[in-house]
Design a protein around this ligand. Structure first.
Ligand code: SF4
Ligand code: SF4
Length: 161
């Protein structure tokens, strides 16, 4: 399909008021002011939030910033099985496992980092976890920051939420 060129005819001799476009400017402002007044009276159609004081209620399946779940004694529920790291298609999870002091648990994560600059928020890590130890239900987007290393969330960050 070729793209056609539409020629717009312009009047040769415009009057002074036409050449100043005053009428058109006033018409445009009329539309804007009309919408403003309408929205002041009928605010049900406005979807603006006073973020961050007012936050949107996220749908149940929203995938946001990760969190690591804790056991009742406050230790991480994660058993450092590497399932999430293996399932992650973006290679953004890095786990270092260590021996657990609890004889009933084989391993614990010594470090658990997620690089949110690489994460594509697919949720495969959550699905792969056999212990429900990682979730993405915080409702938080990755917050803005000024250095790349600040987007790598450590085990302490992930356990905080
Ligand atoms: S959400 Fe997807 S990309 Fe992000 S850490 Fe989990 S598996 Fe990796
Ligand atoms: S899959 Fe779950 S238990 Fe295994 S390392 Fe990841 S968060 Fe920990």
């Amino acid at each position: 399909m070729t793209i056609g060129i539409k020629k717009v005819s312009r009047p040769e001799n415009m009057s002074l008021s036409e050449s100043l476009y005053l009428v058109e400017i006033v018409k445009g402002l009329g539309v804007t002011i009309g919408h403003l007044l309408h929205n002041l009276v009928h605010d049900e159609g406005i979807y603006t939030y006073e973020y961050p004081e007012e936050r949107r209620v996220m749908p149940a399946r929203f995938r946001g910033k990760h969190r690591l779940m804790k056991r009742p004694d406050g230790t991480p529920r994660c058993v450092a099985c590497y399932c999430c790291q293996t399932a992650c298609p973006a290679n953004c999870i890095t786990i270092v496992a260590g021996e657990s002091p609890n004889p009933d648990i084989e391993k614990v994560p010594v470090s658990f980092d997620i690089d949110h600059l690489r994460c594509i928020f697919c949720g495969l890590c959550v699905e792969a976890c056999p212990c429900d130890a990682i979730r993405m239900d915080t409702g938080w987007f990755t917050p803005p920051d000024d250095a790349r290393e600040k987007f790598v969330f450590s085990i302490d960050d992930l356990l905080e939420k």
